[in-house]
Design a protein around this ligand. Structure first.
Ligand code: HEC
Ligand code: HEC
Length: 422
């Protein structure tokens, strides 16, 4: 929908800015910074109480998002390190997040970039939104729940996990990535920055953002798409308008491999997920209870003096997510949740929603509502719903299926000689 051209040099700059160089990205082995980030990402001893790592909500086998079947089928939102404490949104994939530009307002007055569904990890602090983001979960009482950066530093210094995972201790990995003595808990603020930069470097690394899907192999001329996948790709870029937001041109890695997002913000009219556990959270965390409505980008803007005038026009908008790995899962029986609140449970449902949101009746008006069949529930946030590119696409059932088939080509780990990865 929005046109954005960011040169691949900009992405290269971002990658270089987070400890890993582009050469590191291309090499198979991880750089010391990336390796350190990997240990921090998977280390379960860094939460309070211990037991929750980043990977618990960002599992590689589910495309770096949540892999708990029961949660995905229902509320879509993950429990923090403290049992019974839940956040309010579904974990997006942690892969490809490092490619988001710093949060800014572009020449057309559109907000672009940042991490999180609402962009609040702006990149202003560390120069990269994914690094700013990585400072959030450790200290979030609804996630890893640590009391302070100094506490996280001490936990890292005391943990044997890096040695177990990589064969090098944390002090050693810090020394190789940032210089001798840099796991320094007397200056825990600087060390906490290094922790975040290392995690962002790992997220940008070849192991996490690997550009290794069937679609990438096709772009490299090393795989052939089926007739149905090709049809889906044409619809995705044409009649179905998906690429207006999930761009296949414009912003890309190495000028060739698209990120499937333009990093803008849109309210697609997604219904509320009535099973979101946040509605049941105590008033300390959710004073509005069941009346809470996710404000998305508008909520973040409202809290910043310079952006507050734009809050109302951006209420309910969520960041356009990458579609890379959207279908990545260990088996076809394995369920994922989609959209910021996990309201949808299959890609077919998502595509059918885009196709018919404004065509089917409103479920609230029917005596026998069957969501997705004879109606759709109202949008969680009615303001600012995009009706020019989504809601009435006039796609046939076969066309919907073809788009889903194309989305399945975006899962990393495609084996050229093996069975097609899906
Ligand atoms: C309890 C589950 C949970 C844990 C633990 C967790 N996350 Fe997340 N993560 C989420 C949720 C939920 C969001 C979206 C929150 C929002 O948008 O408000 C998110 C967002 C992100 C994003 C933003 C992606 C994007 O495109 O904007 C990244 C990157 C990320 N997490 C990485 C991490 C890292 C690194 C850690 C460990 C330091 C971590 N997460 C720990 C649940 C979790
Ligand atoms: C006008 C912009 C726009 C268009 C056009 C659009 N999308 Fe989206 N898409 C978004 C936004 C924004 C979200 C997140 C919405 C939310 O969570 O509330 C999203 C979410 C998704 C998700 C869920 C991803 C996840 O990780 O949960 C899928 C899948 C998806 N879109 C596929 C498509 C397909 C297929 C099309 C074309 C039929 C399409 N989109 C068209 C903006 C758009």
């Amino acid at each position: 929908m929005r046109f954005m051209k960011i040169s691949s040099h900009f992405v290269v700059f971002l990658l270089a800015a987070v400890a890993g160089t582009l050469e590191g990205h291309a090499a198979t082995a991880l750089t010391p910074g990336e390796l350190l980030g990997k240990a921090l990402f998977f280390d379960p001893s860094l939460s309070t109480p211990p037991g929750q790592s980043c990977a618990d909500c960002h599992d590689p086998k589910a495309g770096w998002t949540g892999s708990d079947q029961d949660i995905n089928l229902h509320g879509g939102v993950y429990e923090g390190a403290v049992a019974t404490r839940f956040g309010n949104r579904k974990p997006p994939t942690a892969a490809y997040a490092s490619f988001s530009p710093k949060f800014h307002r572009d020449g057309n007055g559109e907000f672009v970039g940042g991490n999180f569904w609402d962009g609040r990890a702006t990149g202003e602090r560390l120069g990269n939104p994914a690094a700013d983001q990585a400072q959030g979960p450790f200290l979030n009482p609804l996630e890893q729940n640590d009391p302070s950066a100094a506490d996280v530093c001490r936990k890292v210094a005391a943990s044997g996990f890096a040695a177990q995972l990589t064969g090098s201790s944390y002090p050693d990995l810090f020394a190789r990535a940032f210089g001798p003595g840099t796991l320094d808990c007397d200056n825990s603020s600087d060390t906490y920055d290094r922790i975040a930069l290392a995690i962002a470097a790992y997220e940008a690394s070849r192991e996490v953002s690997s550009f290794s899907s069937k679609y990438d192999a096709y772009l490299r001329g090393r795989a052939v798409l089926t007739k149905q996948e090709k049809k889906g790709m044409a619809l995705f870029e044409g009649k179905a308008k998906c690429a207006n937001c999930h761009s296949t041109r414009g912003m890309s890695y190495a000028g060739k491999f698209p990120l499937f997002t333009d990093f803008t913000y849109v309210n697609t009219g997604v219904p509320r997920n009535p099973e979101n556990p946040f509605y049941q959270m105590p008033a300390e965390f959710n004073p509005l209870g069941a009346d809470w409505v996710d404000p998305g980008l508008g909520g973040f803007l409202a809290g910043r003096v310079e952006y507050a005038p734009y809050a109302a026009d951006n209420k309910g908008k969520q960041k356009v997510p990458t579609l890379r790995n959207v279908d990545k899962r260990p088996s076809l029986a394995y369920l994922k949740a989609y959209m910021h609140n996990g309201a949808f449970k299959s890609l077919k449902e998502v595509v059918h929603f885009y196709n018919t949101r404004d065509v089917l009746a409103a479920c609230e008006h029917l005596s026998h509502p069957e969501p997705g069949i004879n109606c759709w529930p109202a949008a969680e946030e009615a303001a600012n719903v995009n009706r020019t590119e989504t809601g009435d696409l006039k796609l046939s059932d076969e066309e919907e299926d073809a788009i889903v088939a194309f989305l399945r080509t975006l899962s990393d780990g495609f084996q050229l000689s093996g069975p097609t990865a899906d």
